[in-house]
Design a binder for this molecule. Structure first.
Ligand code: ADP
Length: 834
């Protein structure tokens, strides 16, 4: 089974933390940006009014031209008429002719946008005055000339002409600093408080058939009858003192009206008739009937031209009469634009700045910069679109300049704020890491890493780099420390990833697994573990089960494993899943395995168990016998014969116990290494022979013959004579004990290449195969009827095995029930055992 490594998520600090983490400071900074941008917008709005005008012109041009109204016609003193009648000024009778032709057509009103200030030939002047009078609806032009020191004087038409006219209007067209004529001053006055309405106003008034006082000021507007021309309430006033002592100075509001041009110069071309055509009778009266007829100069040579908002760099200038036509059209169509107050402009600027800051802060995540730029461009586009809509649809002059200025300030500032926020959050993370690293550090904290305090201004890049460098050093030191510590652990330590690949193994683990530290890395932990436990043929089920239980069921595995057969060592293997949280229930990242050597504890435990067994089982039987017989002797008088028998039995039981304790203590001493071995070179034959001589009588008692079969020239052996004698005695005594009477026990000895073999073969009862493995264990006795009475401790063969191993040899057995047993003691030659 393949255990796939689960996708390990690195804990991500949520993006919004950037915001929330510094929310207070961020809000303060954001407000600061909004205020700065708004103030900038206000300053620009006030200090650079030209920008506002340019923005307005741009909006006008974007909106485009519209068609001229039917009611307005122009009678142009154009190039063609100059050609026809010669250079201007013409004889006034010529204009009188034209006026007469016009009045015959019964126009609504005639505006004579030509100055007739100086007298010429009397007859001509009279003719013109007569024609004006005859028409009855002619508005004539005056002009306010400003001399130095604010001295303003009217240049008015000849009194005869002015008296004949229906009204006199001023023909001044003010231009802004950039030379563009955008506004019309509705009323002007000279220094003597003689006000005149603009021609456009008088034309409308006369056209509507209203009296002179029907054109009047009201708050916020100039009224012409029922037509209202909105003006700015807080417009400047021309304060004029009448000069009379005691009379309060009269004030006149300089009401201005924005001219809503229908298009660039020449927009009224369709409605224009050359005066030459009129005079020569080429223009029919239907052209002028009921119309607003405006007579003026259009010939380029004549000057009197202004720049309209539509005029591009190379565009034609607009003649004054056409400006008048535009002004009249504006009033007729009531085409006025609502102004936005400075307060609204400032508020709008603040809103735009706030939206920009908000958008930049919120545009986070992937492709952050692109998102931010897109957001800002979007805001700019929306502002422009909205402004256009406001202007073209709702006839409101939008605060475009303040909005754009605000955006121009807010955009880079909010981008800066954003990078400062990121920088500040970096500071915080560095600070956090610094704190963490200090907590983790096993050493005294050095002062190298300065934890960043919460600051209003993030730290510089070089400072960050320094702090990160110091942090890196500290973490590196920490990592090295942990690594060394893990390497030095006395237990075997193995760490594997979730797929079971070993990622770390300390030297102890490598030596337990019998492999190099490097070759362990990357190999499968579970394979390695089952190899040392079972060898190559490890059960597959075990390999698959462990990872599943560890990583899926989150069970901690703890079991004992035995490594090696000759000198087995015991280890406690503990395995647990490494989890990505401290609770241990998170995503499993891997497995950690610890191998603790418990061989010593095992031995100790076994010894304790042996003692327990000795006391609880082996000594109980003889003690019970002794107790029973001594009680009988105490309570009854069994007679001399019986007492002797009982005494003998007690003596035998005591002896058996003594022997058992002796044997046990010997064995324990040998096992624990407490007994000093007395090794020396011995002759094998004599060693065995001495032994057999002692046993011969015992064998004889059972009618058993001990036959010696020693190979000639046996080499000497380096051995502990006492121990070896003890082992031999046990083997031969057993052979005698567990054989029927009148049999033979053969003791043979020969030397191989490296080993000396001493073999004790009998024709005894033999040992059933199922017990063969157990006979060398302590206290083990083969349950058998034949020797049920034979005394024994079950420690003899254990002692033999211990002695053989102490000499670097082994003892083995070959046996067949009913046929006999062969015990072979193999001892290494030419080798000094421990
Ligand atoms: P014991 O004190 O009982 O002899 P040992 O450790 O010497 O203890 O032997 C253990 C058991 O092995 C004996 O109880 C006996 O049943 C069996 N055994 C030992 N040697 C022989 C042998 N030569 N033939 C048959 N059985 C034997």
């Amino acid at each position: 089974m393949i255990f796939r490594s689960p996708y390990v998520k690195t804990p991500r600090i949520p993006e919004m933390r950037l915001l929330i983490g510094n929310s207070f400071r961020t809000i303060i900074w954001a407000i600061a940006i909004i205020v700065i941008s708004t103030l900038a917008a206000i300053v620009v709005m006030w200090r650079a009014p030209a920008l506002k005008l340019a923005a307005r012109d741009a909006l006008v041009r974007t909106r485009g031209a519209s068609s001229p109204p039917d009611e307005v016609v122009i009678v142009a003193i154009d190039e063609a008429s100059l050609k026809r009648f010669g250079r201007f000024p013409w004889p006034r009778s010529l204009m009188a002719q034209a006026l007469n032709k016009l009045s015959d057509a019964r126009p609504k009103v005639i505006a004579l946008n030509v100055l007739y200030t100086d007298p010429t030939n009397e007859a001509d002047d009279a003719a013109l005055a007569e024609a004006i009078k005859r028409a009855g609806n002619v508005v004539v032009a005056a002009q306010l000339d400003k001399a130095q020191q604010g001295d303003a004087r009217w240049t008015r038409p000849l009194p005869a002409i002015e008296n004949a006219a229906a009204a006199t209007g001023h023909g001044n067209v003010p231009t802004d600093s950039d030379g563009v004529a955008r506004f019309l001053t509705l009323r002007k006055t000279d220094n003597e408080a003689n006000p005149l309405w603009a021609i456009a106003v008088e034309v409308i008034r006369v056209g509507d058939g209203l009296r002179p006082d029907d054109a009047r000021d009201v708050p916020d507007a100039v009224m012409i009858g029922s037509r209202a021309i909105p003006v700015e309430a807080e417009a400047e006033t021309d304060a004029i003192s009448t000069g009379d002592a005691g009379s309060s100075p009269q004030t006149y509001r300089a009401s201005q009206m924005a001219i809503d041009y229908i298009g660039p110069a020449g927009s009224f071309a369709d409605r224009t008739t050359s005066i030459a055509d009129l005079i020569d009778g080429r223009a029919g009266p239907e052209k002028f009937n009921g119309k607003y007829v405006l007579i003026g100069l259009t010939a380029a040579a004549m000057g009197d031209r202004v720049v309209s908002p539509f005029a591009g760099r190379n565009d034609e200038l607009t003649p004054g009469v056409e400006v008048l036509a535009n002004a009249i059209t504006t009033i007729l169509r009531s085409s006025f634009y609502g102004e936005t107050s400075d307060w609204v402009s400032a508020l709008w600027a603040a809103i735009i700045a706030a939206v920009a800051v908000g958008a930049v802060i919120l545009a986070q995540g992937k492709r952050e910069s692109i998102k931010q730029i897109a957001a800002l461009l979007g805001i700019a586009a929306l502002t422009l679109g909205f402004s256009y809509l406001a202007f073209a649809r709702w006839k409101v002059e939008p605060p475009l300049v303040s909005a754009l200025v605000s955006l121009v300030f807010a955009a880079p500032l909010s981008l800066l704020l954003r990078s400062l926020m990121v920088s500040a959050s970096l500071d915080e993370r560095i600070a956090e890491m610094t704190r963490e690293s200090a907590r983790l550090s096993p050493f005294a904290i050095d002062n190298k890493v300065v934890a960043a305090k919460r600051a209003w201004w993030p730290r510089g890049a070089s400072r960050k780099a320094r702090a990160l460098g110091a942090l890196q050093e500290r973490l590196l030191a920490r990592t090295q420390f942990v690594d060394r510590a893990l390497q030095s652990v006395e237990d075997g330590l193995l760490i594997a990833d979730a797929a079971g690949r070993i990622a770390f193994a300390n030297p102890r683990a490598a030596s337990i697994l019998g492999l190099g530290q490097r070759s362990l890395l990357g190999s499968n932990l579970f394979d390695r573990l089952s190899e040392i436990e079972y060898g190559a043929d490890s059960p597959a089920a075990d390999r698959a089960g462990a990872p599943l239980r560890l990583l899926h069921d989150r069970v901690t595995i703890e079991r004992e494993i035995v490594v090696g057969t000759a000198e087995p060592r015991y280890y406690t293997l503990r395995m647990a899943a490494v989890s990505d949280d401290s609770g241990g229930l998170g995503v499993p990242l891997g497995v950690v395995a610890i191998l603790s050597d418990v061989t010593k504890q095992r031995e100790l435990q076994r010894m304790q168990n042996d003692v327990m067994r000795l006391v609880t089982h082996e000594m109980k039987t003889p003690l019970t016998a002794i107790k029973g017989m001594s009680e009988v002797m105490m309570k009854f008088d069994p007679g001399a014969q019986k007492r002797r028998e009982m005494n003998a039995a007690i003596n035998e039981a005591t002896e058996r116990m003594t022997r058992m304790i002796d044997d046990y203590l010997d064995l324990t001493r040998l096992e624990s290494g407490a007994r000093e071995s007395r090794m020396a070179w011995r002759k094998v034959e004599s060693l065995i022979e001495q032994n057999l001589l002692l046993l011969d009588p015992v064998a004889a008692r059972r009618g058993v013959t001990l036959t010696r079969k020693f190979a000639p020239d046996l080499p000497p052996i380096f051995a502990d004579a006492d121990l070896l004698t003890r082992a031999l005695t046990n083997l031969v005594a057993n052979a005698i004990k567990y054989s029927p009477v009148d049999t033979e026990v053969v003791i043979s000895a020969w030397a191989g290449e490296d080993n000396l073999f001493i073999v004790v073969a009998d024709h005894g009862y033999g040992i059933p195969p199922e017990h063969l493995a157990s006979i060398f264990e302590k206290f083990f006795r083969v349950p058998r009827v034949e020797d049920a009475e034979t005394p024994g401790t079950g420690l003899g063969l254990a002692l033999v095995r211990e002695i053989a191993e102490l000499h670097g040899g082994r003892v083995t057995v070959d046996s067949e029930v009913g046929a006999g047993s062969i015990f072979t003691l193999r001892l290494p030659l030419n080798r000094k055992p421990i």
